[in-house]
Design a protein around this ligand. Structure first.
Ligand code: B16
Ligand code: MG
Length: 216
């Protein structure tokens, strides 16, 4: 039975992927780069700079370092306006009950996110106190699919990676969990998250016991 439960933030606890998408789309279109939903999956879990590189490569664009920074800041400004509207009501269905049950059982909880906005989001959702460790894009050198974010989460609560389970909605995140030697539960589609040990649709009506049974 895993002792530490590590949650990705965007796409697992809260649906901020749509905000990232709208902001990147606005930026891409302002540059006349075609960008739609089909390009979005590759941006999940990866860092802001990697995301911008992926978008620029869609149209073989090269920009100066200064312009690159300006474009990232522009996107992040739009994104921050979206997330400022978040409230505890935006926590995804089933998550509050799931986290409460884990806490009652004495499990340790951590966040493993690539986002540099994670702390703001957790504050808007009033979830900061719920987690024993919060590792995010401000605390790692290498973002997903590098395992650093999850290994630091385990380290922060003093756990062995083999005793951790990770919840992820992105392909890059599943790869990171696998490379960290942790169990991984994908939240979303089997097609995209097939490398996880188990894939679930959502946390609705899902207790930690149900989940452990499915994992075994
Ligand atoms: P930021 P996660 C990731 O968060 C998002 O999935 C990804 O789309 C985003 O580019 C990345 O955070 C960086 O976000 O621009 O806020 O630093 O899914 O790892 O919680
Ligand atoms: Mg995610």
């Amino acid at each position: 039975v895993p002792k530490t439960w590590i949650f990705d933030l965007d796409g697992v606890i809260v649906e901020t992927a749509q905000f990232h998408y709208k902001s990147w789309k606005r930026l891409a279109h302002s540059l006349d780069i075609p960008f739609d939903e089909s390009h979005n999956e590759a941006l999940k879990g990866v860092s802001r700079s990697k995301s911008l590189n992926i978008i620029l490569e869609l149209d073989d664009r090269e920009v100066s370092e200064k312009e690159f920074q300006r474009l990232m800041d522009k996107k992040n400004g739009w994104y921050q306006n979206y997330i400022a509207e978040l409230t505890p009501d935006d926590i995804l269905d089933g998550i509050p009950e799931f986290l409460d049950t884990l806490k009652e059982r004495g499990a340790k909880l951590a966040i493993g996110s690539s986002s540099k906005n994670a702390q703001y989001i957790l504050d808007y959702l009033q979830l900061t106190e719920t987690f024993d460790a919060i590792i995010d894009g401000t605390k790692v050198k290498n973002t997903k699919p590098d395992p650093e974010v999850f290994l630091k989460g385990a380290q922060a609560v003093g756990e062995d990676p083999e005793d951790c389970v990770v919840f992820e909605d992105a392909e890059s995140g599943v790869e990171a969990a696998n490379r960290a030697n942790m169990l991984c539960v994908g939240v979303g589609s089997e097609e995209i998250l097939g490398d996880a040990d188990l894939v679930i649709d959502s946390f609705v009506d899902m207790s930690p016991e149900d989940l452990l049974e499915k994992l075994s």
